[in-house]
Design a protein around this ligand. Structure first.
Ligand code: MEV
Length: 310
């Protein structure tokens, strides 16, 4: 029978997570080494999904899948097609709940897959509207950065509520990514800062302000192709995120192990309190050394790639 495929890559926040919720800028990169694929297949019966966690009618899927169900149904409604006689098969290498944008990537792949199946052209505005439905269920999509990084194929300069800007990155250094293996909760991490801000407004506002400035300085370092400066800035961002309480002992161990192995800088990426860290290495060999050290320090998976020509 007829099939079609939609794909989406993961995302990495280089700098600006959390402060982006308070109107500061952030820089994020597509993470092409992890991908979601949604295969849409014609099969009689109710609209169904087939993935690692659940196989069956979308209407009977567990609560965690309510967002993607609502998104798929609204997509079909928009396409003027009945929500039946289709199976969506998901394949993903984006680990769930680790700050790599899995929820946004699943939604983007599903919407793209359904549009491809019916041979219809998908505008970016429509894609954003449909993915937003799933993101609202997943974590309230505090700033919208996950969705925009997953939709775009190039690094972005992101400010909440503003059009994204392409952010050319071309640095002959390597970014190492390590998965702590621990699932985090983006809404809880975002909420913890909002609460902390009520009790310690000065401290929290100062950290948010500094994180925002760091993003401008990261842009300067990238423009100047100064990897050493970038490394320092990643370390500084990690210190501020720690002060805000979104790092934890496990992430501190990983960033420490990366630096001890020769990384020029390291920080958590995404919401923190679990999830992933990133580290900057000068060469491929050093990236390999840092990745190996991160595995010894307990990371369940590591990746690395060059920041050249992104
Ligand atoms: C999550 O990837 C980034 C946060 O800043 C939340 C958001 O901006 O939506 C923690």
């Amino acid at each position: 029978g007829k099939t079609a495929t939609g794909t989406a890559h993961g995302k990495l926040i280089l700098a600006g997570e959390h402060s982006v919720v308070y109107g500061k800028p952030a820089i994020a990169l597509p993470f092409h080494l992890v991908q979601v694929e949604a295969n849409v297949i014609r099969k009689s019966g109710p609209l169904s999904i087939d993935c690692l966690y659940y196989t069956g009618a979308m209407d009977e899927a567990p609560p965690k899948m309510m967002g993607i169900t609502a998104c798929a149904k609204e997509t079909l409604k928009t396409l003027n097609e009945p929500a039946e006689n289709l199976v969506i098969k998901l394949e993903s290498t984006v680990p769930i709940g680790r700050g790599l944008g899995s929820s946004a990537a699943v939604a983007v792949a599903v919407v793209r897959g359904l549009y491809a199946f019916f041979g219809r052209k998908l505008s970016e505005a429509e894609l954003e509207r449909l993915v937003q439905i799933a993101e609202n269920f997943a974590h309230g999509n505090p700033s919208g950065i996950d969705m925009m990084t997953v939709i775009n194929d190039h690094p972005i300069w992101f400010e909440k509520g503003k059009p994204v800007r392409p952010m050319p990155v071309s640095l002959r250094f390597y970014l190492v990514v390590a998965d702590s293996g621990r699932i985090h909760d983006t809404s809880l991490a975002v909420k913890s800062i909002r609460e902390k801000r009520q009790y310690e407004p000065e401290m929290v506002n100062k950290a948010i302000g500094r994180l925002g400035k760091i993003v401008y300085e990261v842009k300067e370092a990238l423009d100047a192709k100064d990897g050493f400066r970038l490394g320092q800035l990643l370390n500084e961002a990690q210190a501020q995120l720690s002060a805000l309480g979104v790092s934890d002992a496990g992430l501190d161990d990983l960033t420490g192990a990366a630096r001890a192995a020769g990384a020029l800088g390291a920080k958590l990426t995404g919401a923190g309190r679990g999830g992933c860290i990133i580290a900057l290495a000068e060469t491929r060999e050093k990236a390999e050394t840092v990745a190996a050290a991160l595995q010894r320090a307990g990371a369940i998976k590591t990746w690395y790639f060059s920041l050249e020509g992104r």
